[in-house]
Design a protein around this ligand. Structure first.
Ligand SMILES: *Cc1c(COP(=O)(O)O)cnc(C)c1O
Length: 353
């Protein structure tokens, strides 16, 4: 705290991202990055754009990227909003669509950035507990609200909600915006983007950080009715006209054009996940069903925080949340098969002690 801080700065409780350690040779399984790496076509596009043109501002509305996303998802480019990572897209959503008279609803266990945005923008919210099995139950959201948001699959549980359940929620909340954060949908879920044609209250958010291996490029987007997109454009153009640089626009556009690479990389991650789940189960872990590129697991006999520390001492970092209901879980990103093998062998070692 400092006398120069505004009351806003004093009142914030910022999000704490998973660490990006400087140490080399760490097995980094803590922030859900994709072990496959970006498509070579993305790298080539970025290389080609690394030229004198960087002198010039980028296209403020990133039309090339909106067209590529529209083509991939079979929607009009007018239904697409892009931002500097989906975190930025989410920030604009909280301010432009979810700041309402009634509190918004989200699960008690979910992406921990949501309450941070509520704090930043003074958005009232109420959390809805997941069931005992850590699932979202749509019936629990049947109350007056200023909007609803959750990831599908949920984070950090990895659990998927069926499309038909989301449709029920959209039908029972015609007067609130329902935001589905599909950061992990490509690892085993089904996107609700096709539903935007029927539900003007649906906004779907996706990122290129996870399934498309571009966390370092910072690109995310939202798809929805043009009226919802317009609210986001108004906020964006009151904040930063150029959230995406030239390299991000061309790199992200190329990612949507290389379908084959994308299909291979997500299938690789899914196969490694299934293998890791069976190995963790064999070690006595309870693993929640995951449709994401991570697993959420607890061991009945081992304290999760101590296990995370013991893994760290062996050069492996995973994520542990010191939060009610989930402090006995570890969230483990699916790495390469070698990284998963290193994790399993370290866990065997730790469980022996
Ligand atoms: C990773 C993640 C994001 C943020 O992704 P960026 O595009 O890298 O900002 C958003 N929502 C959820 C649920 C995530 O896990």
């Amino acid at each position: 705290m400092n006398r120069f801080w505004s009351d806003v700065a004093k009142g914030l409780s910022p999000y704490v991202p998973g660490e990006q350690p400087k140490l080399a040779n760490l097995v980094k399984l803590n922030t859900n990055e994709n072990p496959c790496g970006p498509s070579p076509r993305v790298l080539a596009a970025i290389r080609d754009a690394t030229s004198d043109s960087l002198r010039l501002y980028p296209d403020p509305s990133a039309e090339q990227l909106k067209a590529a996303i529209g083509k991939y998802h079979a929607v009009d480019a007018k239904n697409v909003f892009v931002g500097n990572g989906s975190d930025e897209v989410l920030a604009h959503i909280f301010l432009g669509l979810l700041k309402q008279a009634q509190p918004i609803l989200f699960p008690d266990i979910t992406y921990s950035f949501y309450p941070v945005y509520c704090g930043l923008y003074q958005v009232a919210y109420e959390t809805i507990p997941l069931t005992e099995d850590f699932l979202i139950r749509i019936g629990d959201y049947a109350k007056p609200n200023g909007g609803i948001i959750f990831p599908n699959p949920n984070a950090p549980t990895g659990c998927l909600l069926a499309l038909i359940e989301i449709e029920k929620l959209l039908r029972s909340n015609p007067d609130s915006v329902v935001v589905i954060d599909e950061a992990y949908v490509d690892f085993g879920g089904e996107s609700v983007i096709p539903l935007i044609a029927n539900y003007p209250n649906l906004l779907v958010v996706q990122t290129l950080s996870k399934a498309r291996s571009l966390a370092g490029l910072r690109v995310g987007f939202a798809v929805g009715h043009v009226d919802l997109i317009e609210a986001l454009e108004r906020v964006k153009n009151s904040f930063n006209s150029y959230p995406l640089g030239r390299l991000a626009i061309v790199g992200a556009s190329a990612a949507f054009e290389d379908r084959e690479y994308f299909e291979n990389s997500r299938k690789t991650v899914i196969a490694s996940r299934e293998k890791l789940i069976s190995e963790l189960t064999a070690l006595g872990f309870e693993v929640l069903p995951s449709a994401a590129n991570f697993v959420f697991a607890r061991h009945p006999l081992r304290d999760a925080e101590k296990s995370a520390l013991a893994l760290r001492q062996r050069g492996i970092i995973v994520r542990h949340f010191k939060l009610p209901r989930i402090d006995q879980f570890l969230r483990i990103t699916i790495g390469t098969d070698e990284q998963c093998a290193a994790l399993v062998s370290a866990l065997k070692d730790i469980l022996r002690d």
